[in-house]
Design a protein around this ligand. Structure first.
Ligand code: PLP
Length: 390
């Protein structure tokens, strides 16, 4: 008899962003309000630079000529993009080979799909967490444990005392807390993983926002290649959330049961994934060159300015904030002991501002709130004007 996976039914109600959208739509209809500012979903707002789009459009026109027409892209990505990524890492003295890089259509997909190559596993996830880590593993029936992050540990995850083999999700700079692990903190996780034969899935979707002496890649640290897979994305670094280009690095040294994880991931991708379109990979390659990097940095600067201004206002109101310096997210404690959903309603009803209740990212977020600074300068300025009336 055909049976559906009941975990889909159990999870359905919990989908955070849909729940928020429904609440906002209901509020708008009921109160005939249209001037809602969203500091909620972490999507980019700055348009792409002409040069990046030109690169993609000239690349797609190659498909009109017999000599340059292309069929299926290679599953692991075109060599030109993998080579550009290799050089990007080499600038930071991280040596990786082209064949350790796998181009994909989203870090969101890879963080979920990577566990396909393991049988049912114990998963260790930070609480609060980016929901996709939890949802994907819940759906596939993996056993999930949490590393609690709170005010006491500054919302930075600390490796457990209990020695156990896990697939460990780490995200730095972090979504939702914006906190970034320093070298010592990350090294402890690497040592833990090597000791317990765990595997770390290290999500660097917000790497481009880092300021100061924090690791941009887990492979800057000793021992990472025997225990970590790094997942990166062009979504936030280059504004490609619509275009869908990302990559994962699976080192040759990473083995379990004498089998190279790199071989398994290659096999998995060649079965389930038919590659990212040529012109999108050309666009992504361009963003890693000097001109492309400058253009992308200009947009990142806008988000960073947004974050600085918004932080100042929240701090002036006496709120304790986390994140912001190395990420586009501001994580803060709700005022007046409000729960995060109470604060959500308060902001929506009184100021027509939408943020994300920390509760939606896990228990440890129940009195916290996340603002995203990926909106336009105009929206952030308008939100600041409204918040100043608080
Ligand atoms: N990882 C983290 C931590 C994210 O916050 C996001 C998106 O918000 C993703 C991955 C998804 O990235 P992509 O757009 O490449 O799927």
């Amino acid at each position: 008899m055909l049976r559906i996976n009941k975990n889909y039914i159990k999870l359905k109600k919990n989908y955070l962003f849909r729940e928020i959208n429904e609440k906002v739509e209901y509020f708008k209809k009921k109160n005939k309000v249209n001037d809602i500012i969203s500091l909620g979903i972490g999507d980019v707002s700055m348009p792409l630079a002409n040069e990046i789009v030109e690169k993609m459009s000239t690349s797609i026109f190659e498909q009109t000529k017999k000599q340059s027409f292309k069929g299926y892209p290679p599953e692991e990505g075109y060599l030109f993009l993998r080579e550009a990524i290799r050089k990007y890492y080499a600038k930071r003295k991280v040596e990786i080979s082209n064949n350790e890089i796998f181009i994909s259509n989203g870090a969101g997909c890879d963080v979920a799909n990577l566990t396909d190559i393991f049988s049912k596993s114990d998963i260790l996830i930070q609480n609060p967490t980016y929901p996709a880590y939890y949802d994907a593993n819940f759906l596939s029936g993996n056993k999930i444990e949490f590393v609690l992050t709170t005010e006491e540990n500054d919302f930075v995850p600390i490796s457990p005392k209990k020695k156990k083999q896990y697939i460990i999700y780490l995200c730095s700079p972090n979504n939702p807390t914006g906190q970034t692990m320093n070298k010592l903190q990350l090294q402890k996780w690497i040592d833990y993983a090597n000791e317990t034969k765990s595997i770390i899935i290290f999500d660097v979707a917000y790497e481009k926002f880092i300021e100061g002496d924090y690791p941009h890649s887990i492979y800057e640290l000793k021992g990472a290649k025997t225990c970590a897979i790094e997942v990166a994305s062009f979504s936030k670094s280059a504004g490609f959330t619509n275009l869908r280009v990302s990559y994962s690095i699976v080192p040759f040294e990473l083995e379990r049961e004498n089998i190279k994880i790199n071989d398994l991931w290659k096999r998995r991708q060649s079965t389930y994934f038919n590659g990212v379109p040529y012109h999108l990979q050309k666009g992504a390659e361009f963003t890693l060159g000097d001109i492309g990097q400058n253009l992308c940095d200009k947009n990142i600067d806008v988000y960073k300015q947004n974050s600085k201004k918004l932080c100042r206002v929240l701090q002036e109101k006496g709120l304790k904030i986390y994140g912001n310096k190395c990420s586009p997210y501001i994580w803060f404690k709700c005022p007046n002991q409000m729960s995060s959903w109470e604060y959500f309603d308060f902001l929506l009803e009184n100021y027509h501002i939408v943020g994300i209740p920390g509760d939606g990212f896990g228990e440890c977020g129940k009195n916290y709130f996340r603002f995203s600074c990926l909106g336009t300068k105009e929206d952030i300025d308008d939100a600041i004007l409204r918040l100043n009336k608080l």
